[in-house]
Design a protein around this ligand. Structure first.
Ligand code: SAH
Length: 213
């Protein structure tokens, strides 16, 4: 069971840090983060910190999840692509605010665990995919929104191609882990418009083989 007091504390903290969109706050309130972290870290589930998950990856800090979600400016009819499913927490939040989420993870173990958590929460509008996020998901393209939850040096070309005209991508970009900034990329009639948002620390968007074992 979600710890209601802790959950309320987290929402207050998000408000203090400037998250204003009531729909985003409601989604954060509805999804119990403790279901997405290892039992060993349950007592920290409602603190505003990133936590380790399996396969050497991390579940993002709640503020960053809320902030990225707010910046996506989701509409109920949107089809969204997420790269880096990890625990599935960000996917669960997105699922509350749009029509359909496709989420890609390179580790089978993480994809399976995320799928099970989403099923437990009876979330039916998220499709989890094991694959290489650099390639996006052509069968369902184009997407209204794309969110990348691992850092690259440049936005992957395939993802930019799979973004609708008028669409938006939120992605951490940076040469090193200490120099990443979250960037909003809008596909406008005049071309791609990049807006740097804030500095962040994400695990890298890895090139190469999917991990099936
Ligand atoms: N959104 C996640 C945070 C995930 S951390 C959450 O809410 O928990 C970033 C994830 O990106 C990791 O699970 C990592 O395995 C995955 N990742 C890294 N490179 C990838 C790639 N090329 N394709 C798909 N997933 C990738």
């Amino acid at each position: 069971m979600a710890d209601v007091q802790n959950q309320i504390g987290l929402i207050m903290q998000l408000r203090r840090r400037g998250i204003r969109d009531p729909n985003v706050l409601r989604a954060m309130e509805r999804i119990p983060r403790e279901l997405f972290v290892d039992e060993a870290f349950s007592e920290h589930a409602y603190q505003d910190i990133a936590l380790p998950i399996e396969c050497g990856q991390t579940i993002s800090q709640p503020f960053v999840v809320a902030y990225m979600t707010e910046k996506l400016d989701l509409k109920p009819n949107h089809k969204v692509l997420e790269i880096g499913t990890g625990s599935g927490y960000q996917s669960a939040i997105l699922s509350q605010l749009c029509r359909r989420v496709y989420t890609i993870e390179r580790w089978r173990e993480l994809q399976k665990a995320a799928e099970a958590r989403l099923a437990e929460l009876k979330i039916a509008n998220v499709t989890t995919i094991i694959g290489d996020g650099w390639l996006g998901w052509p069968p369902q393209a184009p997407f209204d929104r794309i969110i990348v939850t691992a850092a690259a040096v440049d936005a992957p070309a395939a993802l930019l191609d799979q973004l609708k005209d008028g669409g938006r991508m939120i992605i951490p970009l940076g040469e090193t882990r200490d120099s990443q900034s979250l960037v909003q990329i809008d596909k406008t009639p005049e071309g791609l418009a990049e807006t740097p948002l804030l500095s962040v620390r994400f695990v890298p968007l890895v090139h190469g083989r999917v991990k099936r074992d």
